[in-house]
Design a protein. Sequence first.
Length: 698
Amino acid sequence: MQAKPFITGTAPGRSFDNLYNHDFARIAVGVPLCRVADPAFNGAQTAELLRQAAAQGAAVAAFPELGLAAYTSDDLFHQRALLDGCEAALAALLEETRSMATVAIVGAPLRIEHRLFNCAVVMQRGRLLAVMPKSYLPNYGEFYEARQFNAADEALSDEITLLGQRVAFGTRLVVAASDQPLLRLHVEICEDVWTPIPPSCYGALAGATVLVNLSASNVTIGKSGYRHQLVAQQSARCLAAYVYTSAGAGESSTDLAWDGQALIYENGGLLSEAERFQRRSQLIVADVDLERLSRERMRQTSFGDSVRHHAALLREFRTVEFELGLDRSQPLALQRRIERFPYVPSDRGRRDERCLEVFNIQVQALVQRLVSSGIQKLVIGISGGLDSTHALLVAARAMDQMGLPRSHLLGVTMPGFATSTRTRDQALRLMQAIGCDAREIDIRPSCEQMLKDLGHPYAQGEPVYDVTFENVQAGERTSHLFRLANHTGALVLGTGDLSELALGWCTYGVGDHMSHYNVNASVPKTLIQYLVRWVAETEQLGPQGRAVLLDILATEISPELVPQDAKSPAGTAPALQSTEAHIGRYELQDFNLYYTLRHGYAPDKIAFLARHAWGDRTRGDWPDGDHVQRNDHSLAEIKRVLRIFVQRFFRGSQFKRSCVPNGPKVGSGGSLSPRGDWRAPSDSEATVWLAALDRIPD
């Protein structure tokens, strides 16, 4: 049966600030203190953690393998008293769930068909939903499970009676929430994930988004790191959340030791981890983005191909439905770190690695273009702003790698009607620090001639600064660059970035929209800021270069096409043409771009995430850099800037993106090349995105 999505955001009876209304689900993992062969004690410890999970609004809570008995019970598993005790503890836990929305998944030894199985029991609201036995029984080294248990494929029945209820039994089961359509569970046990093809692979292909592993893995040197690799890779490979819990304090130390490791991964990324070697019960929680997982599966066609290749086996899977029934009318804040700068790692070490890799990708691509074209010179317009600065840095490194003198770079500053003394000075200082062939062309005479030819009021002395006035300057600059490239046997290197292209903030045709090759085509503005700072801080241009780069970073972002008003009221400073005053702050627009382009989220979910990321004044995770303003944004401001994004991105700007120059894709955040990540019609409507935007409360 196809799941029916529910309306998110401010639908009647649902709180915009409730994470479940935005396709998140809170997952809990418990590591209870245990006693060997004491089911009543173990059940009570599990029940306490389950209550804590329910109190925090968790949809799912998972507990260790054979946790009701303790994994190290060994041959005691063949004692009826222990097995009866485990069933009694299971019955008590089942009763405990009667008033809970949380799905509990516990490990227990169960007698089925006169044989013993190592099982995961899934229960909720007093109902047994499923029992899933272990598929692979380790019988090597310190493990002797085949001595006590039978493997899943030895069972004859696909349904059993347990605690007076008929319940689905087997490994090919998906437990699905009818009222949270993207929450679909599959459970495997310990060794299952250590095999070449874990059962959870098929569970994921059958539709499970949250894969649960009940484990009792003992600890040895290096095993913790390997578990991380194993779980991370399985979550990434299956495009799923992977929930892992292991036995901890209280297990027998006759020959083994236990660390109580618990992990929650989502698509290869760690969300939460328990403290190891604790002499107490522990509970960790994480909010899993189910929509992200679903969209990744839709986007990666190889996932669908895998479903097709295994269709016969996947048809054997059964779905057990339940109603989660959580209260969606009240706020439930997200307990998950949302990066304010999704294109820029907040960790300094990772950020330096990212900058180096992005820089090398751009340099490699530019070198290849020059080699393949047989051209050894570049022409680039230098404005004294961020984008042209970074493009010039890339070009200089490309010349170095090719063994060519930097004089093969023709840097041209082209002052117009609104060029400030500051940016012109920065452009000249930058070119001097780079060591390129620095030139200056005053475009005002040719602009005045064109405005005169057009009959524009400015040519008759009227201060009319309309779009024609602006684009004449942008067009003249690019026209000069192309003709200079023809004259010198060079390529024109573009400087426009991904953020500008997304917002249509570029002059179409013979303007900053066009070049022979654009190294910044898929680099967003916020990342360019950090790339330039990285070059400065690593002293790649020496003290002189560092100083000018820091000055450029501190300069207001402006196209400098409209002169500062000479008629400003007495005593006030002339107004500078500010890009961010017109289109919104780039820190928010890049956030909007990332979640639109990379994940395809609706505006109301993007606003929910932005509010979580940008509305917390106590967070101290700002990336280093004096150019970053420590802003916290209200929901009203987030919504205002998001509306600008929606209107500019989805309506009116696509025609510019349909014919952009070549340029390298640098990150998984996507590009807007029509030959790569983004193919869209130029005349689409923004109606559905605006409707989602209107669901955001004021």
